[in-house]
Ligand binder design. Sequence first.
Ligand code: FAD
Length: 462
Amino acid sequence: ETQIVWLRRDLRMADNPALYEAAKRGPVVAVYVLDDDRASTHAYGGASRWWLHHSLEALQNSFASRHAKIVLRRGDAVEHLLQIAEETGAKTIHANRHFEPWWRNAEKTLGEKIDLERYDDANFLTVMGSIKTGTGGQYKIYTPFSRAVRSQYPPRDELPEPETLSSPETYPESDDIADWKLLPSKPDWAAGMRDFWKVGEAAAHERLEWWETHVDDYDDKRNFPSVEKTSRLSPHLHFGEITPVQIWHHFKHKRSKGWDTYESELIWRDYAQNTVAQFPLYARDNYREDFDKIKWRDPETDEKAAKDLKKWQQGRTGYPIVDAGMRELWQTGWMHNRVRMITASFLIKHLLIDWRHGEQWFWDTLVDADYASNATNWQWTAGTGVDSNMFVRIMAPLSQSEKFDSAAYIRKYVPELAGLDEPYIHDPEEFGRLPKAYPPKMIAHKEARERALAAYKAMKDD
Ligand code: FAD
């Protein structure tokens, strides 16, 4: 009997529980549905669409090498899946579970109409919801959560690629991926991304091999954006080209301080997902409701705030480290984690603009844009989340830039400043060395800090 596999963020052959199980039971029809309406505000943005195109193509090739196909459809995922089930006579749909609110709704609707076999443990180190506090509740704070995760190790065994992948006699009709127009045409903004990334399952494993020779430096070097000392596996993980379980087993015999710290970051990924599993609208609502009263500068009603938001997006703030980060993001679809924290903090506190505007910009421009990780990190930076940095702890971009040796990074992404040495490059205006092509600071650090603290105090007094 034909088995349907519903692919979403699990674009791989190996360690894919849904595919593995389905392949054991019969001929497989794998289906990917581009369902923008269902995701609504979180339909994939430009950068993710670029990645998705290449990732699906890579997986199509893997299927083709086994004489199998992926059926592509666009529109309502539930309707397409039910229609394909009817057409193929399939009685079961296999799907790795996903926790974005729109996918949870879709799984619920689909499960009421057909046998939906869901696999809980596909894309994370832990089974979501299984890590319980001593009293049986869910963790909200990272540190005890991570301790509990580590106490449950090892994670499940990794699964091999299915040994055989038999095909049905005929496949249901499929879209041609080119018709989805996921790639930019004019203007073609993806050149920087093409240089920076190799997409797909094989590329993810190549990157893992590379990472094995660098992971030992991770603890010391991960905060320095000028060097390539983080894994850059995030988009591969988001699209499920590789799983954290595979990464864990890969490093099983190689434990070092670097690996230990790296593992904590992988646990942050589970933690973010665990938060969203508890609070599905985390990308929309402040967890701490008192922040609903803060008087943000609103780009929708305030022209100056709209201009400021644009300058931040374009990397024209006059703060070199912020601008380097925002331009790295635009060119490559990725930004170093330390700089994500600096740029996010700058938007929220220096510009006093609601974090949700930043969340949306990152959503559109990151190749690793991830509903849970993005929302959790934005709420953390804003001080509005479950487990948060305090709002009143305001990052000073200029001293962060010096502390983390960002000169080479700035030179790379802000060519107007490439001729400047240290320490001038971190704050050219202060040293009277502002090049003509580079803007002065849009707001002084001290003034921004006072404005943010005053807004916070007004919210508290309200
Ligand atoms: P590494 O340093 O090599 O870390 C390994 C893996 O651990 C990453 O690939 C990622 O999957 C996970 N990870 C690391 N840090 C975090 C973290 N703080 N939270 C959750 N998972 C983490 N990460 C995303 O994957 N998608 C996002 O949309 C996203 N938005 C962010 C927004 C802001 C404002 C901030 C401050 C951080 C955001 N992050 C996001 C987290 C982090 O910056 C990236 O995961 C990391 O930079 C990816 O690069 P890497 O693969 O080299 O990470």
